[in-house]
Design a protein. Structure first.
Length: 390
């Protein structure tokens, strides 16, 4: 009887031209029997890595004078960053909004970071008489692009969605404490801005991670590298910080976690304005980072892609260009992104460089039992480091 009623029901729907929604079937992935890429790497990745000899690395390069080597190594990095965004003569700085906080004042500002982009940023200014030491706080990647600078400094004067998202991100990666606000409360001017494609520098159509590598490809077609633009903007924003009256331009540092750490040691290597840098949870060798044995690959995409650079220098070789500056590196044993054997190999390469310049005491490399994160204890360690060196 029940079956008869169902049959009559479906017959009626058919007669009326009504159809019930059908659950979409996932289209099967088309696969060929032969292939050349697996796990997003070429199957011959191990052969390619053996051909990376890093001829420009300190110790491999025929240049034995460290200052001359650094000059040539920087020149090569800048060359691989492709054509830079045109710098500006005036940063055209304006304060958009102000909020008094416990021990410091937060400003939402706008300034012309390069000839094409006037960007918003946050600036935290401690109470008291300056000039103060200053930190360029460089945000992470996290495959989360809706917010950028708001990952480092507690936002204000923006949509509730941004406020909620920033707090949730801080809770997840920074144990609920915004690292920029923590440092400002302890006497530092802190600045943070969005990297290209994050936050208020994203897509008009909204966040869609699948589109960002296409954007990077289109930038390449225009002769520009998006990762290079990020690094140039970090340099230009540090130059901007040096012009601010509340900043002691002889005491500017930088910090970051994850992609922010990558940006921090790159900025330390490329800008003489940076006097000390702290990099949390981003250091490894290419041999381990792109490894079939470790099942590791680079997931940052456009955010860590400087064409041709690996033919000359590996990550720790570039970071070594910061020598003899004070630098702090912390990686975690529970960090699934960076196998410890690759971290330790990179740390050894850097220590060899600092030792060669009689400056090994200025390089602090530490491995903690932490995941990919920058919680209270790590932030306290960074504060201790900057108090000592800035």
């Amino acid at each position: 009887m029940i079956f008869k009623h169902f049959s009559l029901f479906f017959a009626l729907l058919f007669a009326l031209g009504i159809s019930l929604p059908v659950k979409a079937q996932k289209k099967p992935v088309q696969k060929r029997g032969n292939f050349e890429y697996s796990f997003e790497l070429p199957v011959y990745v191990e052969q390619l890595k053996k051909e990376l000899t890093y001829p420009l690395a300190w110790g491999n390069s025929p240049i034995k004078n460290f200052a001359k080597w650094k000059k040539e190594a920087r020149k090569k990095v800048f060359e691989c960053m492709m054509t830079p965004p045109r710098p500006v003569e005036k940063f055209d700085y304006e304060v958009l909004a102000t909020e008094k906080r416990d021990g410091y004042t937060a400003q939402r500002i706008a300034f012309q970071v390069n000839a094409y982009s006037k960007v918003t940023a946050y600036l935290l200014i401690p109470d008291g008489k300056g000039p103060f030491p200053a930190i360029n706080a460089l945000h992470d990647h996290g495959a989360h692009l809706f917010i950028g600078k708001e990952k480092m400094i507690r936002p204000f004067g923006v949509e509730q969605e941004v406020l909620d998202d920033a707090q949730a991100w801080a809770d997840n990666l920074y144990e609920g404490q915004f690292v920029g606000d923590y440092l400002a409360k302890n006497g530092y001017v802190v600045f943070s801005m969005d990297a290209p494609l994050w936050g208020e520098r994203g897509r008009e159509e909204g966040v869609d991670r699948s589109k960002y590598d296409i954007i990077a490809g289109n930038m390449m077609m225009l002769g520009r590298d998006l990762c290079g633009f990020m690094h140039y903007d970090d340099i230009y924003s540090t130059d901007f910080m040096a012009t601010l009256p509340m900043v002691d331009n002889k005491r500017i540092g930088c910090l970051g976690c994850s992609m922010g750490a990558y940006r921090a040691w790159m900025l330390s290597a490329l800008s003489d304005r940076i006097k000390a840098g702290a990099a949390i949870c981003w250091m490894v060798t290419t041999d381990v980072q792109m490894s079939t044995a470790d099942k590791k690959k680079e997931n940052g995409g456009f955010a860590n892609c400087l064409p041709g650079l690996r033919q000359y220098l590996d990550y720790p070789h570039i970071a070594s260009m910061a020598c003899p500056k004070p630098m702090l590196f912390i990686n975690g044993t529970k960090d699934h992104l960076f196998p410890i054997r690759g971290v330790e190999a990179a740390f050894k390469t850097m220590h060899d460089t600092w030792k060669s310049q009689g400056a090994d005491s200025k390089l602090e490399t530490e491995i903690w039992e932490i995941p990919h994160s920058c919680g209270f204890r790590v932030q306290e360690r960074m504060l201790q480091f900057f108090n000592k060196n800035l």
